[in-house]
Each structure stands twice: as structure tokens, then as C-alpha cells.
Design a protein around this ligand. Structure first.
Ligand code: GLU
Length: 395
């Protein structure tokens, strides 16, 4: 029989972050001592108070299908979280719990974007936004930013990118991969532009909210004129070291939340029941419970910036949140090192994997072809060893 996959899947790019992580895992299985700095995954264990809640849920026989949009108790906890941390008023009917923030984003795009609609993405942007837009047959349109503006866009850039086809703009602060955090004033300036275009929706990905080193987090939906057309996405993976538990959620106008529920009712039937119970404990606990991880990320950030700034040709911004550095390494383009020619960022990332056994991700995947992403959600020992290896491979 002829193998005939759909055009849809054939034209879909694989996730560059997951592909690099898989490559690193494969090399490790072959006995190569690879240091994986490709995946944005905290190296901490899920805190005990969350694990206990999960164990209790198992013992109390939480084993049935949950409501498609999540347990009411969890949606209420999410509303409390939005109120406490973001001064946002959502009611449970505006909340949809999903299998990771990735599914929340996919739901949102599937229910709002029609074939041919433009979705504005602020480059650098997380790899999966563009792929998810393509799956919905929308057009991902990049608004480019680089290190000179700390990877942020101006209101003028936003306005220039808007056309009658623009349906949605995706924003993400703290940003993956640049670590940039928009201030309240910067977001209000972008909102002032969007006020002139009442038919554009805003998807605000706030998954790195708590991994923040000082600039106060500001939710786009806090701007009253934006509330009715903003979809606020968050989850527990990053802040609570719960990546594998796969719980994300979205707060949105009720009609959008209903549509997202309908969508996931046909695809997953809802998120995992045990993970949902554990998430109630995570969100109801004081934010101070997780500060030790953020403090540790902050220390690692200082160290990796210090170490990388000693390497020739690494141009760095200072990330204000998340756990990535995103150096411009275009200095190496066209150069031949140890017999290997570096033509672009993908060559560079591959060179680091093969020569230094350090896994990173090419900036192309994030819409910034001069950069690579390095995650510092890894132990200090691994960070120091990885940077030493990188330095050696480049000299
Ligand atoms: N969001 C994380 C990252 O960017 C996890 C992998 C993924 O889903 O892309 O590394």
C-alpha cells in the first residue's frame, strides 16, 4: 500500500524544541555524554505538597472523565489565581482547562482563525505558534524584533503589520525564547493601537509569569478596553515544575471558552483527572511556595550570562524572565571551525551538538535566524560544563 499522509501533516514543521530534545536523548542512549539545554523544562521535582494532592486524588478514586472544560473546583481555583495574581475577574464559565498550555493555544486558534486569516506573531516567538496557525490554515505573519530593541516591538511596528485580514495577535511575556518582559506602559501603548481595530483578538501567553526577575508581570487583559477580546493562557508546567503533568488553562470571554470546550470535547475529552486535582493544590498554595526555584533560576541566569559573555561572538541581551538566553551568534556565519563550515544558526546548533555535545535550539525556529536558544533550566554544574565545552569547541 502506498504511504500517503495528508498534505496537512506533510507540510507541518516538526517542533524544533522537541526534535532537538529527542536528538539529545538518542545520543545519550548511545552513551554520548550530552548536556541538554534545548528544552524549557525545570530540573526540579514537583513540590511535595502538589505530589501529595495527586496521591490523595488517586486514593480517593478520581478516575472518571472530568467535565470537558475541567473540574469546577479547579476552574474556581484558577479564577482565584487570576484575581490574586493578575487582578483579573473571570468566572468559572470563562475558564477552560486543557492538556497543557499548548492545547489551550491550539484550541484558541482553532476556534477563532479561519483559512486565510492573518495571525501576527512577534518574533522571536515560541516555535509552535506558527505551526498551530498553519494547522488552522491561517497565515502566520511575523513582526520582527531583535536584540537592539531588547526583542520587543513598538506600537508603530504593530500598526504597520495590521491589515483587514488580521484576526489575531499573539503576545508572550515573559518571552520564550528572549526572556524579555513587557512593562505595563509598553503593553498599554500596544493596546492603544489595537483600540483602533476592534475586530482583532489578542492571545496572551503568560506561561512564564512567575519566572520573573523583577519587572512586575502585567496581564494584557488588565487593560479594560482589551478584556473582552483577550484570551489569557497560563499553566502549571514551568512555575511548578509540572511539565509532564500537562495542565494548561485559558481565561476568555464566555463564548470563546464555550467554543474551546466544544473543540477539545472532540479531541481529548478533557485533561487528566489526577493532574487537575494536583493543580488545585498548586494554584491555591501561596506563590512563595515556588520562590526557591525562581531564586535558583536567577542565580543561574547571572552565571550563564557571565560565562557566555566571555565567548567571542556571543551578543546577549539580559533576559528579565523565563529561563532562556538567546544570543546572536551571527559572528560565526561563513566561518569554518575544525573543518566544519557554519552557514547559519542551524549549522551552529548542530555543530555544538556534534562537537561539544551540548543541545541548544536554532533561532530559525523562533523567527530569528541570527540566534540560538540556550535553556538554563539545568543544574549549575551542567550549565558550567556546557559553556566550557561550547567555548572549547569554538576556539
Ligand atoms: N515550551 C518548552 C520549550 O519551548 C517545551 C517544549 C515545547 O513544547 O516546545 O522548550
Amino acid at each position: 500500500m502506498k504511504e500517503s499522509l495528508s498534505n496537512r501533516i506533510q507540510s507541518l514543521p516538526a517542533s524544533a524544541t522537541l526534535a532537538m530534545a529527542a536528538k539529545a536523548r538518542e545520543l545519550k542512549n548511545q552513551g554520548v555524554n550530552v548536556i541538554g539545554l534545548s528544552l524549557g523544562e525545570p530540573d526540579f521535582n514537583t513540590p511535595d505538597f502538589i505530589k501529595q494532592a495527586a496521591i490523595q486524588a488517586v486514593n480517593h478514586n478520581y478516575n472518571s472523565y472530568t467535565p470537558v472544560d475541567g473540574y469546577v473546583a479547579l476552574k474556581e481555583a484558577i479564577c482565584r489565581k487570576f484575581k490574586r495574581d493578575n487582578q483579573l475577574d473571570y468566572s468559572p464559565s470563562q475558564i477552560v482547562v486543557s492538556t497543557g498550555a499548548k492545547q489551550s493555544i491550539a484550541n484558541a486558534i482553532q476556534v477563532l482563525v479561519d483559512p486565510g486569516d492573518d495571525v501576527l506573531l512577534v518574533a522571536p516567538y515560541w516555535v509552535s505558534y506558527s505551526a498551530i496557525v498553519l494547522l488552522a490554515e491561517g497565515n502566520p505573519i511575523e513582526i520582527y524584533s531583535d536584540i537592539k530593541t531588547d526583542f520587543k516591538i513598538t506600537p508603530e511596528q504593530l500598526e504597520k503589520s495590521i491589515t483587514p485580514k488580521t484576526k489575531m495577535v499573539v503576545i508572550n511575556s515573559p518571552n520564550n525564547p528572549s526572556g524579555s518582559v513587557y512593562t505595563e506602559a509598553e503593553y498599554r501603548a500596544l493596546a492603544a493601537v489595537l483600540e483602533k481595530y476592534p475586530d482583532i483578538y489578542i492571545l496572551s501567553d503568560e506561561i512564564y509569569e512567575h519566572i520573573n526577575y523583577g519587572v512586575p508581570h502585567f496581564s494584557f487583559a488588565q487593560i479594560p478596553s482589551m478584556y473582552n477580546r483577550t484570551l489569557t493562557v497560563n499553566g502549571v508546567a514551568k512555575a511548578f515544575a509540572m511539565t509532564g503533568w500537562r495542565i494548561g488553562y485559558l481565561g476568555a470571554p464566555e463564548w470563546i471558552a464555550k467554543a474551546c470546550t466544544k473543540m477539545q470535547g472532540q479531541i481529548t475529552s478533557g485533561a487528566n483527572c489526577i493532574a487537575q486535582r494536583a493543580t488545585i493544590a498548586a494554584l491555591d498554595g501561596p506563590v512563595a511556595n515556588i520562590q526557591y526555584m525562581v531564586d535558583e533560576f536567577a542565580t543561574r541566569r547571572e552565571r550563564i550570562l557571565e560565562l557566555l559573555s566571555n565567548i567571542e561572538g556571543f551578543v546577549l541581551n539580559q533576559p528579565k524572565g523565563a529561563f532562556y538566553v538567546f544570543p546572536d551568534i551571527s559572528h560565526y556565519f561563513g566561518k569554518t571551525i575544525k573543518g566544519k563550515t557554519i552557514g547559519n544558526a542551524s549549522d551552529f546548533a548542530l555543530y555544538l551538538l556534534e562537537e561539544a555535545h551540548v543541545a541548544t535550539v536554532t533561532g530559525d525556529a523562533f523567527g530569528c535566524p541570527n540566534n540560538i536558544r540556550i535553556s538554563y533550566a539545568a543544574s549549575m554544574e551542567n550549565i558550567e560544563e556546557a559553556v566550557a565545552r561550547i567555548q572549547q569547541a569554538l576556539t
